[in-house]
Ligand binder design. Structure first.
Ligand code: NDP
Length: 328
């Protein structure tokens, strides 16, 4: 196409931003024939570092990169946005209460929602990466009443990919032969990774694994606590894998998921699987024609039902807390 797609990235000077921008500009997110214009948003202290990243982007001479702009103002950064990656967030500081964290992020994602409402293109798609991602997406969406709520997603794809990887390691099958894994609920340690409908080489994953104790005692906690394990090993939180997941999420949203497979997407619930309507919760989802559809009709065993309920209860708590703070 000749008209460049406007891609806004917040927190552009952060470590996820650094792993993300080059892949967007090289065409890995939207395809090898789609030009992109990067709109980088940072807080004022981050602008200089963002300028340095922009210099490196120029030095890559990417044929698809139509332009780069850097902003410290959300209204300008989201003007004309087609795809928004909301990465910048207030990190959990030592001794910070959960309420403080939610309030600090409300101060970021509320105004960004308003800026999206004011200036976004009709086809806008927003992926929230910055934590607490599900509730930040809810806040942004609540401040963008003219944008359909289903254009706001929160990222579960890294959890999804971690589940694929753990299942591949356990079974010896390549990830390309594993399908229909699901992460349910919140992007937190209370997420519910689920292989009850997964296939490995066309066979039920549970049968290939053949050890329910491994699923409940190893697989689920390993996937759910992987973020902490990375911080422990690397001395910094995961960045390249988070950026990779964001690229894959948007790629599949726009260009579709493979037939006979699905991925995991946090989006406003329509009441499916008894998740309260409006909560930004993760579901199995496939994409066609640029829209996610929640995979319907999956049977949930008691363990899965309980896992979803526990994760959704956490989302309800977060929603009630931000409502009380006046952020919705
Ligand atoms: P990162 O780039 O490492 O992380 C950014 C956000 O992504 C954090 O909220 C982090 O959550 C979240 N995240 C989600 N999934 C993952 C994952 N799997 N692994 C790691 N992080 C994940 O943070 P940096 O501190 O390097 O950079 C943040 C940048 O954002 C800074 O440059 C800052 O100036 C900027 N910023 C910009 C804002 C804006 O544009 N308005 C507002 C606030 C900050 P968690 O904290 O839980 O790890």
């Amino acid at each position: 196409s000749t008209v460049p797609v406007n891609v806004t990235v917040t927190g552009a000077a952060g470590q996820i931003g650094y792993a993300l921008l080059f892949r967007i500009a090289s065409g890995q997110m939207l395809g090898p024939d789609v030009r992109v214009r990067l709109k980088m948003l940072e807080i004022p202290q981050g602008v200089k570092a963002a300028e340095g990243t922009a210099m490196e982007l120029e030095d890559c001479a990417f044929p698809l990169l139509a332009g780069i702009d850097i902003y410290d103002d959300a209204t300008q950064a989201f003007d004309g946005v087609n795809v928004g990656l909301l990465v910048g967030a207030r990190p959990r500081g030592a001794g910070m209460e959960r309420g403080d964290l939610l309030a600090a992020n409300g101060g970021i994602f509320g105004p960004q929602g308003e800026a999206i409402n004011a200036g976004a293109a009709d086809d806008v798609r927003i992926l929230v990466v910055g934590n607490p991602a599900n509730t930040n997406a809810l806040i942004a969406s609540a401040h963008a009443p003219d944008v359909p709520a289903d254009r706001f997603n929160a990222m579960m794809r890294l959890d999804h990919n971690r589940a694929l990887a753990q299942l591949a390691l356990r079974t010896g099958a390549p990830v390309s032969e594993i399908s229909r894994v699901t992460i349910w609920g919140n992007h937190s340690a209370k997420q519910h990774p689920d292989i009850t409908h997964a296939l490995v080489g066309g066979r039920p994953a549970a049968e290939v694994v053949g050890d329910d104790a491994w699923v409940k005692g190893e697989f689920v906690p390993t996937v759910a606590k992987r973020g902490a394990a990375i911080i422990d090993a690397r001395g910094a939180s995961s960045a390249a894998s988070a950026a990779n997941a964001a690229i894959s999420h948007v790629h599949d949203w726009v260009l579709g998921t493979p037939k006979d497979d699905w991925t995991s997407v946090a989006m406003p619930s329509d009441g499916s699987y008894d998740v309260p309507e409006g909560l930004v919760s993760s579901f199995p989802a496939s994409s066609e024609g640029g829209r996610w559809e929640i995979v319907q009709g999956l049977e949930l065993d008691d363990y899965t039902r309980a896992g979803i309920d526990a994760s959704v209860a956490e989302l309800v708590e977060e929603r009630d807390a931000v409502k009380e703070l006046g952020l919705l």
